[in-house]
Design a protein around this ligand. Structure first.
Ligand code: E4P
Length: 218
């Protein structure tokens, strides 16, 4: 399972990278705005800064909603750095753009996916990644994890190569559940990754080992 961090915060990206288990970064316009990154040139520079920190894929989202605009933006983003994956929304023009990018060998992440039908379309259009937003489904009392398992079943039925990128992960149990269901990638906050580390018996056990060592070696 690949681990992506879902933030545009450079310090958090550095911290996740330093742990040695990071495979990439996802951003979106809201996450960029949260870090105060505005203006075309600043946004592109920020993507470059992220690419300089991580070894893996960095999703950069288009903000156009028409085919021509998405193609223009996406091609410019893809040219910016080889690690950039063009993030395209699941709308009709977006499906056309996914197919266009796929035919040109430009890697894509189809975002804002909330149903198995949308995921099927993304795979048919040749998306590299599909991003079902499980946390946002949970927010409206719908089972987000069920969507991950439905997409897994459909993709396995036809051996689609599109990778399931479980997005809108909110906490550590989401990560574990997505791993059980066979999501290829998860993207979440640093806290969800850090949470995987924690177990009180680990802390107690280490405390005892060190105390016993110190009895005989101090
Ligand atoms: C990532 O690609 C998505 O944009 C992100 O996971 C959305 O998360 P949110 O629902 O917490 O905003």
């Amino acid at each position: 399972m690949k681990f992506f961090i879902d933030t545009a915060n450079l310090d958090q990206i550095r911290e996740a990278q330093a742990l040695g288990v990071l495979d990439g970064v996802t951003t979106n316009p809201s996450l960029m705005a949260k870090e105060g990154i505005t203006g075309h040139d600043n946004i592109l520079k920020h993507y470059m800064d992220i690419c300089a920190i991580v070894d893996g894929d960095v999703s950069a989202e288009v903000v156009s909603t028409d085919f021509d605009g998405m193609v223009k933006e996406g091609e410019a983003l893809a040219e910016l750095h080889e690690q950039i994956v063009v993030k395209v929304p699941m709308i009709k023009e977006g499906v056309k753009a996914l197919k266009y990018f796929s035919d040109k060998g430009i890697r894509t992440n189809c975002t804002l996916v909330f149903s198995p039908g949308q995921a099927l379309l993304a795979a048919k259009a040749g998306a590299t990644y599909v991003s079902p937003f499980l946390g946002r489904l949970d927010d409206i009392s719908t089972d987000g994890l069920n969507l991950i398992s439905e997409i897994r079943l459909i993709y396995d039925n036809y051996a689609y190569e599109t990778q399931i990128l479980a997005a809108s992960i909110r906490h550590t149990m989401h990560v574990i559940d997505c791993a059980k269901l066979g999501a290829d990638v998860m993207t979440g906050p640093l806290s969800a990754i850090d949470g995987l580390l924690k177990h009180p018996l680990t802390d107690l056990g280490l405390e005892k080992f060190l105390a016993d060592y110190n009895k005989g070696n101090s």
